[in-house]
Design a protein around this ligand. Structure first.
Ligand code: FES
Length: 192
């Protein structure tokens, strides 16, 4: 499905245009002579990304400063999630958003839960658990993912130590690593 966002001239002049796709706000950015589109709702806590700053191929959310790659929506800051990216087409003076079915959300949430538990990201953990339960994943399976089996592979089952055992933590030479904490990050409010 294609949705006309506006004119190319308006996009180039404004730098960004917001449209709706399936009830979601989507922001189309103009940057370095190219159009990019991301879900307008910051995946961290929902601040509108169209109010962010665009620089060097990234948009930075103004609330907690998570950065997102304009091309893929991938975040550089693990406390946030990836933003959904959309293809954009420019035909003559018209800009169109191309809306396709989203990727497999359950697989994405499984991965996010595993990453969040590894990284101690409590907000991401909570969002992933809620998302999996809302998607109909049985709670026992969510627990299994949390125990270190993110793709239901049967590897690293809870009885082998599960997540606290982790994929490498059974090794005799494994030790927990230091956490990086700078004076600046220690002074900032925790966005997790
Ligand atoms: S709401 Fe965007 S970084 Fe927190």
């Amino acid at each position: 499905m294609r949705i006309r966002v506006g004119s190319l001239e308006a996009l180039q002049t404004e730098g960004r245009l917001v449209t709706k796709a399936g009830g979601h706000g989507v922001c189309v950015f103009w940057h370095d002579d190219r159009a990019y589109a991301l879900d307008d709702r910051c995946p961290h806590m929902g601040f509108p990304l169209h109010r962010g700053t665009v620089e060097a191929g990234l948009v930075t959310c103004h609330w907690h400063h998570a950065r997102f790659d304009l091309t893929s929506g991938g975040t550089l800051d693990p406390f946030a999630d990836d933003a959904r990216a959309f293809p954009v087409e420019v035909k003559g003076d018209d800009v169109y958003l191309v809306v396709t079915p989203p990727d497999n959300r359950v697989d994405h949430l499984r991965r996010r839960l595993a990453e969040a538990l590894e990284g101690g990201l409590t907000l991401v953990t909570a969002k992933a658990v809620v998302g999996l339960l809302e998607a109909g994943v049985p709670s026992a399976e969510v627990v299994r993912v949390g125990a270190g089996d993110p793709v239901g592979s049967g590897r690293n089952p809870p009885e082998s130590g599960g997540r606290r055992g982790g994929p490498f933590r059974h090794r005799a030479d494994w030790r927990p690593g230091p956490r990086a904490t700078s004076p600046r990050s220690a002074a900032l409010p925790n966005p997790r």
